[in-house]
Design a protein around this ligand. Structure first.
Ligand code: SF4
Length: 94
């Protein structure tokens, strides 16, 4: 199966600091059911253990030009998939 078209392959690293999900992203996540009103993540098919790991990971986002937490990247409209330590990113302007 061929890969979807993507602009960037972004390496996933261990976060250098704790990343909070920005408020505007949280609102979007709540609106789309990825987060409940209390701010608890509701990621389908992702175990609590995986969520814990994802919180410790980050990417150096080529679009936002800064390090963002992996959870934020995972729910980003540019996120396509995660393959062997890399995020395939559409790279559209956010
Ligand atoms: S998917 Fe979104 S957050 Fe992740 S690297 Fe691409 S633009 Fe940045």
């Amino acid at each position: 199966m061929g890969e979807l078209p993507h602009k960037y392959e972004v390496t996933i690293t261990t976060a250098t600091e704790k990343h909070k999900i920005p408020d505007n992203v949280k609102e979007e996540m709540k609106a789309s059911g990825l987060m409940d009103e209390k701010g608890k993540l509701k990621l389908k098919g992702v175990s609590p253990k995986m969520v814990k790991r994802m919180k410790e990971e980050a990417v150096d986002c080529p679009v936002l030009k800064s390090e963002v937490g992996f959870i934020q990247c995972f729910v980003c409209s540019n996120f396509q998939s995660r393959i062997t330590g890399k995020v395939l990113c559409k790279g559209d302007a956010l």
